[in-house]
Design a protein around this ligand. Structure first.
Ligand code: UT7
Length: 330
């Protein structure tokens, strides 16, 4: 007699959307005001352009536009959502949260809404958090958004940081559905989060409400971040493979945080993930912090690469340090 399968709640992707500021700034544009070159930026990072928010575009407006697109994609309305989590480091105001602004704009009144701050790892942290609520049976449908306007906290005279970042937002809707409890289930199969505050001085903002009463500017020891990134990313991605008994061979798509093309290539190589499975949008968007993964997912879904049933690994690493990985059966 075959053993009966044990039903298990899964957080299944039912909608995806994205939003980018209208203004595109190329490397050549930056050359006009900064001691830099297109060649340096492309060679060291893979970035060719980024979208930069205008005065009338804010983190909330990008987040709301991405959320609307995700709702439309899912064929749902705000009334169907009972949890909103926005991963952001650049809220419009210190409070209220961007998540409550999204709620108000989309007519969401059920359940809770809150922002989550894990810098570039924010989207993976938000996804893992939403997954806990949904698989515990506490909520039915979560809208998770990665949205940032890091251009607002860049020192535009610091060529070592300002060429790296861009603005944008991406949104994903997860719905609690019953699965079989195997890695063949659709949904989030596992999520692993890490943090190590001893690295706080390697990537930080030199201001904030409680220290300088300003929003401050990004400061980074780029080489140190680079040196540690690949090991940390590989460690957490390997944990995600191990806990689901899956392998890089079984993976369809690797969708990493888009900080630097060289970090992405080195991580994929260390993990044994074939280059054709790697989704890269760093050339188009630069590093959009919490928005980078859902923006990349949106590109790869729209161009027909990511399809229902595909096995997709997400990973990110950012200030704190924070880092994490999530494996999803799309
Ligand atoms: O989400 C996580 C966020 N951060 C990251 O993932 C960033 C990780 N780090 C990196 O991506 C790389 O370290 C960078 C792209 C930031 C820098 O690349 P690098 O190969 O580590 O260069 P470097 O910082 O060691 O700088 C090399 C040279 C320096 O000149 P000297 O001292 O050799 O004369 C810099 O002053 O490049 C110079 N440089 C630039 N030159 C032209 C730094 N920025 C620029 C620039 N244009 N924009």
């Amino acid at each position: 007699m075959t053993q009966p399968q044990c039903a298990k709640l899964r957080s299944v992707v039912v909608g995806l959307g994205a939003s980018l500021p209208k203004r595109v700034v190329s490397n050549a544009d930056l050359e006009k005001s900064l001691d830099t070159t297109d060649e340096w930026i492309v060679h060291r990072t893979g970035i060719r352009q980024r979208h930069i928010a205008s005065d009338d575009e804010r983190t909330s407006t990008l987040a709301i536009a991405a959320a609307r697109a995700a709702l439309e994609d899912a064929g749902l309305s705000g009334a169907d959502i009972d949890l909103v989590i926005v991963a952001t480091t650049t809220p419009d105001q210190t409070f209220p949260s961007v998540a409550t602004q999204v709620q108000a704009a989309l007519g969401i009144t059920a359940g809770a809404a809150f922002d989550l701050q894990a810098v570039c790892s924010g989207f993976v942290f938000a996804l893992a958090t939403a997954d806990k609520f949904l698989t515990a049976g506490a909520n039915k449908r979560a809208l998770i958004i990665g949205a940032d306007t890091l251009s607002r906290i860049l020192d535009w005279e610091d060529r070592a940081t300002c060429v790296l970042f861009g603005d944008g937002a991406g949104a994903l809707i997860l719905e609690a559905q019953e699965g079989e409890g195997t890695s063949a289930d659709r949904g989030v199969l596992t999520a692993h989060l890490r943090a190590d505050g001893r690295h706080g001085d390697k990537l930080y903002v030199d201001g904030g409400p409680s220290s300088t009463a300003t929003s401050g500017h990004i400061r980074m020891q780029g080489r140190e971040v680079f040196r540690l990134a690949v090991t940390m990313i590989a460690d957490v991605v390997e944990a995600a493979f191990a806990s689901t008994k899956t392998t890089p061979e079984a993976l369809d798509w690797f969708v990493p945080h888009q900080a630097n093309s060289r970090i992405i290539d080195a991580s994929a190589e260390k993990l044994g993930i074939a280059p054709h499975k790697v989704v890269k949008t760093v050339d188009l968007h630069g590093n959009t912090s919490a928005a980078s993964i859902p923006l990349a997912l949106n590109v790869a879904r729209d161009d027909g690469r990511i399809r229902k049933g595909d096995l997709v690994m997400l990973e990110a690493m950012g200030g704190g340090f924070t880092w994490g990985a999530a494996l999803i059966r799309w």
